[in-house]
Every structure is written in C-alpha cells, then in structure tokens.
Design a protein around this ligand. Structure first.
Ligand code: UDP
Length: 339
C-alpha cells in the first residue's frame, strides 16, 4: 500500500471552512475542471490519476499551486494518505466508449475494485465520498425521459457492459457502505458532458465533430443520426457535483442538461458554427448504442437547487473556440489565437 501524501502546513493550521479533497480521476476532462473549481474555492486537492485517459496537460496550471498535489496512481491498487481527508470524489474511469472498450476488464475492475479501495479509504478517514455514476446505468432506455427511479435496460454481455455494469455495481457498493457502514455516500448519474479540455482523440461525439469540422474532414455520423443525447456544459456539471457533495442526499441524483438533440442535428449545428463545408458520412451504428437519452432533473432541481445554465449553442461556441486554438485552426472571420 502506498502512503504518499504529506500533510500540508495549512491543513495543520486548520483554516476555517478549509477541506482536504481527494479527486480520483482528477487529470481527466471532468476531473481536472473539478480540481480547478475546488482549488479556486480554497480547498486542498489531492489529485489521483493513472493517466490512462487523463493527462498532466489538463492539470498543468494547477501543478504549481501550493494546495494541489498530483499522485500518479491506479485506484485498482489500495492507497493510503496520511493526514486528514474530508471528501473523496471518485471520477476515475475511462468514459468514452472506444476508450473504455479498449481494456474492458480493467474498466470493469476500475468501477468495482477501484471503488472499493476508495470506499475503504473513506471509512478510514471518516470522509464523505461521491461516485460519478452515469446515464449508462439506464442502458438503451425504453422511456424518453429518464428519472432516477427508472431501472434501465442494460445488456449484460455486450460491448458497453463493462462500463454500464461496472457503474451499476459501483452504485450498489456505495449504497451498501452508506446503509451498513454509516458512510456519507453520494451518487451522481452524469449524462453526456462536453467542453474545453476534451481530448481531441477521445472518440466522443462532440470532440469528434468539432475536430473533424475544424480540420475540414467529413463528420462521421453513426447510424442514421436519429439517436439522441442531451449535452451538459462542463462548468454546469462541476457545479452539480459540488452541490451534491455538500447535500445530505444519499440516493442517486441525475445531473445533465435536458436539452435533447439528434446526432444529425448536432452535426449540422457544428458545421454551421465552424463554417465548414465538409460533408457528413454515415458509419455503422455501434452495438447497443442507446437510441435516446434525456435526464429528468426534477430531483437535482429540488434537492440541490441546481439546473444547467449554459445552453448547447453557447457551450458549443466556447468548445469550438478552445479546439480551434488548440489545433491552430482559425475560425472564419477570426485569427488563430496563439497561447
Ligand atoms: N457518435 C457519432 N459519431 C461519432 C461519435 C459518436 O455519431 O463520431 C454517436 C454515437 O454512436 C452515439 C452518440 O454519438 O449515438 C454519442 O456518442 P458518445 O461516444 O459521445 O457518447 P455515449 O454513446 O457514451 O453517449
């Protein structure tokens, strides 16, 4: 077992309201945005990541911060942290279908064995712990709007099962530790999230379409493009996670933006925004690809006072600008920004 974190000086001094927060998966797209938010609000962050899909580039600015520590570690291995830990966010797992399917057993074990290791740490530290679960627990939903009470339609033996069933099992583990070990557990069911700092090679639909349009390549729509998703901007998602952690709610809470779009609508929106004349090409629909997905956020609204504030139109503008800068591809009418 590794014991790798010294107690920082300001933790010993115990400034009021200050927390020590572990973010597993903190070098990923969502995790790094969460780390930045926690640092900005005065917390100490211990970021743990195996860098399988996360990247130190995402946390480069935070690395220099005195209240930020990065530890390269796979949560499949038990971990120990000396000193106080108040909160643990478990965001550690590849989330993009091509990435989580590349090593399915590792993905499955990350959700189960990895969660167990973090839950064990939470018990030792008497820390509050939040699981980033997923809309994938609903599988290929048979109902157009998914509330938390919907039990889902998941194929246990398909290519998505390693992720979906891993997260379902992780929810069970969190619930059991909450019920029978007295742990303060939180379960966020995260719907599709996008924004700056997505990995251009991740294979998610938003990053694929934006990168393809900027490079003047055809946009790859899988199936006939009639399947729907609901896209939440990253800052809204981070706000929801922080509020859920601070709440007293132990049962799962959906976090997502209920604005629902077909993939063809998304492709056309991205084309229009980038001003690209590249065509759309149709590729086979992956097996078990959900036909529809839209979160019912009634509970998040009531319990957390939370609702998304960034509509897709605005979030896409911010995302496209970020990718244009990263790839050095100027947008029509705008010069390339040099970082
Ligand atoms: N998709 C697509 N083209 C791409 C990548 C994905 O049409 O280049 C589709 C994919 O089949 C799915 C939707 O977009 O129906 C969302 O895919 P993503 O991988 O972003 O997330 P998830 O399927 O996990 O919601």
């Amino acid at each position: 077992m590794r014991d790798f974190v010294e107690e920082p000086g300001h933790v010993r001094r115990g400034l009021p309201g200050h927390k020590v927060v572990v973010v597993a998966g903190g070098a990923g797209f969502l995790g790094s945005a969460l780390c930045a938010r926690l640092i900005a609000s005065g917390q100490t962050v211990i970021c743990i990541d195996n860098l399988l899909t996360g990247s130190t580039e995402n946390i480069a600015r935070l690395m220099r911060h005195p209240r930020f520590r990065f530890v390269e570690h796979d949560i499949l291995q038990p971990l120990a942290i000396s000193g106080r830990v108040d909160e643990i966010y478990n965001l550690a797992c590849p989330a993009s279908p091509p990435r989580y399917q590349a090593n399915p057993i590792h993905t499955f074990r990350t959700s189960i064995d990895g969660s167990l290791n973090l839950l064990t740490l939470a018990v030792r530290k008497s820390a509050r712990i939040l699981l980033s679960s997923t809309s994938e627990v609903y599988g290929d939903p048979e109902i157009p709007l998914q509330p938390e009470s919907y039990r889902g339609s998941v194929n246990t033996v398909g290519p998505r099962a390693c992720y979906d069933e891993g997260k379902r099992a992780a929810e069970t583990l969190f619930w059991e530790f909450g019920e029978h070990r007295g742990l303060e557990t939180r379960i966020a069911r995260i719907f599709n999230t996008y924004g700056p700092q997505m990995n251009p090679e991740d294979g998610r639909v938003v990053s694929n379409f934006v990168v393809q349009a900027l490079r003047g390549e055809p946009l790859t729509v899988y199936g006939d493009g009639s399947q729907t998703r609901s896209f939440c901007y990253v800052s809204d998602m981070v706000e929801g996670l922080v509020r859920l952690m601070a709440s007293e709610e132990k049962m799962p809470v959906n976090l997502g933006n209920p604005g629902e779009f077909t993939m063809l609508e998304l492709a056309e929106l991205v084309q229009a925004k980038v001003g690209s004349r590249t065509p759309i090409t149709f590729r086979p629909l992956p097996q078990d690809d959900p036909r529809q997905r839209r979160p019912d956020i009634t509970r998040a609204n009531r319990i957390l006072g939370w609702a998304p504030t960034v509509p897709l139109d605005q979030g896409l503008n911010l995302t496209i600008s970020w990718f244009a800068q990263k790839l050095g591809k100027p947008l029509p009418g705008r010069p390339a920004l040099v970082s």
